[in-house]
Design a protein around this ligand. Structure first.
Ligand code: CDP
Length: 226
């Protein structure tokens, strides 16, 4: 399929499979994939390890803001890096998941991540996933998808993913974390999770990845005539 040089923005609730979908789209269409959540998770790991967030999620905003000036957060062969250290496994832990949404409410953190995303995504042929890509980061994206799915199905998928990596998680903890993040993400002041007016909704509760690709090809062909 010949797709024009566009930006695809995928937003939606936690664990709706945005990143898996975005990765496959990137592979099939030869697009660059950018995982904005990984950057929020990277800042969160950095904040935990350096004492900028406490156990009860009190954040030292001035300290974190200053420290981010030196924070070399980027993508590389293993995924997400802080300097030359690959932090891909650590940022996916429940410890990080439990603190990422409070960290993502901090406007200075959002500005830091937005800057990185715009820098990494310069040019076109980019697929990006997150919470505010179609509304704030790339409001002019040519194709915006808003993903949703039944919460229990999302929790089961995320728990299976974590167990496959050897994490001994229980489904109630995972479900609770998803619901808490959805609440904080949708209610924060700066760039809350909302559906962009021109986004197309995809509820994938009962869809396979192949179903999603069939859906996507139909959307692209209708919208761009290819
Ligand atoms: O993959 P999952 O749905 O668990 O989340 P993620 O995409 O890795 O994002 C982790 C968290 O980062 C979200 O719960 C949000 O709090 C925050 N986030 C955000 O605020 N804005 C984005 N564009 C992406 C993530």
């Amino acid at each position: 399929m010949q797709v024009p040089d566009i930006i695809i923005a995928i937003d939606g609730y936690s664990s709706t499979g945005k990143s898996s979908f975005a990765k496959i789209i990137a592979k099939e269409l030869s697009f660059l994939y950018l995982d904005s959540g990984a950057l929020y998770r990277g800042v969160t790991l950095f904040a935990i390890e350096n004492g900028y967030i406490s156990d009860d999620c009190t954040i030292d905003v001035p300290g974190l803001e200053k420290a981010m000036e030196e924070l070399d957060l980027h993508f590389g062969p293993c995924g997400t890096y802080i300097g030359d250290r690959c932090v891909e496994a650590e940022i996916r832990s429940l410890a990080v998941a439990g603190k990422v949404s409070p960290i993502a409410t901090v406007p200075q953190v959002r500005a830091f991540v937005d800057r990185k995303l715009r820098e990494f995504g310069k040019g076109k042929r980019v697929v990006m996933d997150g919470r505010d890509i179609g509304t704030t980061v790339f409001p002019n994206a040519e194709l915006k998808i808003f993903m949703t799915a039944d919460p229990m199905i999302r929790a089961e998928r995320r728990a299976a993913e974590m167990r496959a990596k050897g994490d001994d998680v229980n489904i109630e903890d995972v479900l609770k974390n998803l619901q808490e993040r959805d609440y904080i993400d949708s209610h924060r002041e700066t760039s809350p999770l909302t559906q962009a007016e021109d986004a197309i909704v995809l509820d994938n509760s009962h869809m396979t990845m192949e179903d999603q690709m069939v859906w996507l090809r139909a959307v692209i062909s209708e919208r761009f005539g290819c």
